[in-house]
Design a protein. Structure first.
Ligand code: NAP
Ligand code: MG
Length: 403
């Protein structure tokens, strides 16, 4: 067997929970360790260890990501009341993704993995559409009041110097509702930087849309900040890379997206991104075929699968039953992280390995060998449904022929 591919800087490895933790180990054993002299700094974000460390391990893993620049993360449980009981938790720990996103000040880019045989519902979509969702503010940090009866509702801003500005919301004649929301120039700007950098990094056009014709101050601020930052810092580089930045109204964007062939990044405000990412991912076929990368304005990257820990499959696995869990998005999280590490450390062999790993994964599916979730939606005939482990082993044998 050939020499293993060498690494320079370690990847930050964030292990996780349930079925994805099982897949994580299989992927490392079958697809990575035999080929790469894998260097990682390991953080166990499995719920038991988060609880044991009072969630310090999550913060440590984010700090390490800021230090090294590239992380790969397994899906993790976000505790709810049922999990507090199940794992006998000291506290209902926060979502690790939320903690990491806050520490990295990042934007999440989600992209479908496009493969022959899994056709998008929208037949003209030929290339992936990457969705970038602003992850701060608006309706997610709102203040609301149920108005019991007649009265006047106002927006009031009191500046530090005591001066006050007011704006009438509505003169209520009877019962109703009001809502106040906000965003900050700092957060919008860092979202804009993350989007422009990622577009340059992946050489794709960037689309951004809001409802600035109706929201003449709020949404207009988003539009203006994007435009100012684009002109001041990115326009020339976009032109040199032969890609475009394009702003339009959100309703126009939706109409154009349906008619487009893909291959671009669609930046969305928080709520639009929440809704549109579910629409785009289901239209592309499967959550198990969706990757996700958190990009910080400082140029730090964290790769993961978009799906969760696949709890139902894990309980089957614990009972000794066979599972057919799709590992593609988790494999692509590893290949994405290895490729980025290779680019940063100037290791072309590592980048090439990442390419081949993805190629082998797609070739395996295109040869009709896949997990059950894909078998249910594929347009291919004569499909062989594999269990979780068989699928990864099948990818390994394809990979061996490619290397
Ligand atoms: P989930 O793990 O994404 O799974 C939901 C369902 O989608 C599964 O039961 C399965 O359907 C299907 N599915 C998802 N990924 C699949 C895969 N790789 N292969 C085959 N089928 C797949 O979501 P969940 O069950 O709502 O959440 C489970 C846990 O994950 C929760 O504790 C949640 O907090 C956590 N979570 C973590 C992240 C993250 O770390 N990024 C994201 C979301 C959720 P069938 O059962 O019909 O086969
Ligand atoms: Mg949602």
């Amino acid at each position: 067997m050939a020499e293993k591919i060498q690494m320079k800087t370690p990847l930050v490895e964030m292990d996780g929970d349930e079925m994805t933790r099982i897949l994580w180990k299989m992927i490392k054993d079958e697809l990575l360790l035999p080929f790469v002299d894998l260097k990682t700094e390991y953080y166990d974000l499995g719920l038991e260890y988060r609880n044991e460390t009072d969630d310090q391990v999550t913060k440590d893993s984010a700090t390490a990501t800021l230090k090294y620049g590239v992380a790969v993360k397994c899906a993790t449980i976000t505790p709810n009341a049922a999990r507090v009981k199940e794992y006998n938790l000291k506290e209902m720990w926060k979502s690790p993704n939320g903690t990491i996103r806050a520490m990295l000040d990042g934007t999440v880019f989600r992209a479908p993995i496009v493969v022959k045989g899994i056709e998008p519902c929208v037949k003209n979509w030929k290339k992936p559409i990457t969705l970038a969702r602003h992850a701060y503010g608006d309706v997610y940090k709102n203040a609301e009041i149920v108005i019991p009866g007649a009265g006047k509702a106002e927006l009031v801003f009191t500046a530090e110097d005591g001066s006050v500005s007011r704006e009438l919301i509505h003169d209520f004649k009877g019962a109703g509702i009001i809502q106040g929301m906000h965003n900050t120039d700092a957060s919008i700007s860092s979202f804009a930087h993350a989007c422009f950098s990622y577009a340059l990094d992946t050489k794709q056009d960037l689309w951004f849309a809001t409802k600035d014709t109706i929201s003449k101050k709020y949404d207009h601020r988003f539009k203006d900040l994007f435009q100012e930052i684009y002109e001041a810092e990115y326009k020339e580089r976009f032109e040199a890379a032969n890609i475009t930045y394009f702003y339009t109204l959100i309703d126009d964007a939706v109409a154009r997206v349906m008619k487009a062939e893909g291959g671009f990044i669609w930046a969305c405000k928080n709520y639009d991104g929440d809704v549109m990412s579910d629409m785009v991912s289901s239209a592309f076929g499967s959550l198990a075929m969706m990757t996700s990368v958190l990009v910080s304005p400082a140029g730090v990257y964290e790769y993961e699968a978009a799906h969760g820990t696949v709890q139902r499959h894990y309980y089957k696995h614990l009972k000794g039953e066979e599972t057919s869990t799709n590992s593609v998005a988790t494999i692509f999280a590893w290949s994405g992280a290895l490729r980025k590490r290779g680019e940063m450390d100037e290791l072309p062999a590592l980048c090439r390995f990442a390419d081949k790993l993805e190629e082998a994964t797609l070739a395996t599916i295109e040869a009709g060998k896949m997990t059950k979730d894909l078998a249910l939606i594929t347009s291919l005939e004569n499909v062989k449904v594999l269990n979780s482990e068989e699928f990864i082993k099948e990818i390994r044998s394809t990979l061996e022929t490619l290397l």
